[in-house]
Design a protein around this ligand. Sequence first.
Ligand code: NAP
Length: 248
Amino acid sequence: MGYLSGKVALVTGASAGIGEKTARALIDAGARVVCSARRVGRLESLTAELGERAIALELDVVNAQSVDTLMDRLPGGWRDLDILVNNAGHDIGGRRQFHEGTAEEWSATIETNVIGLMRVTRVVLDGMVRRDSGHIVNIGSVAGIQAYTACAAYAASKHAVHGLSETLRIDYAKTGIKVSEVLPGMVRTEFAAIRFGDEDRGDQYYADFGVCLEPEDIARSVLFALDQPPDVVIAQVVVVPTRKPPAS
Ligand code: NAP
């Protein structure tokens, strides 16, 4: 079995993209994985494929009741979470100038990417603190450390994830709890289609960008952060695409 054998992980946003590939990578490394998101049908297909070390959990990170009942809804033997991958997120209504957006859209982005992440972390940390052991990996973004045009609410949310990750890492540095942040550049997932509410426009967005990461690349970085000696914490992994050298 892999180096995560015996560990239990919770992945938020496991129904698509980076979360789904991270759940698969965790299974390959030997962990048991709680695959969570709102689209349960997708999670059930995924866990059926992954086998008995994976279970599906309906979880809406913006819904306080959904998050607060998370532990009670897990089967016995699955509640001592060793790993939390805070991945759920979106940018619905994004890639527009600030004056074209609405407070409702900004709120939904901040509620999901920041408050949702904090809610889940709060619930999971109780057990980690009690056991003095655990690893939280937050999926931030390069938008959390550098500015680019037409992404005000999303950049604000990911700057918050960055600040939160740094603070938590320091807060728990003298305990058995590690906090890491993985900050991807452009990754080809459903993210753009959901942002624009239009699949074709999402595909075009990635095509126009040219070279993109694949969600497996981010899953590999999450696993790198987890695969360290006890006295080493990977604070941040910034992952950006690069062009393949032309064939000679
Ligand atoms: P994706 O393919 O659209 O997947 C997003 C996931 O988030 C889905 O599984 C979705 O599941 C879940 N989600 C959204 N709202 C949720 C909620 N309220 N409660 C629970 N789950 C929710 O996008 P992705 O590219 O994999 O994005 C994953 C993370 O990577 C996000 O935090 C994103 O900001 C970050 N990121 C992405 C890129 C990129 O270029 N793609 C770059 C940097 C960072 P349900 O809809 O089933 O709930």
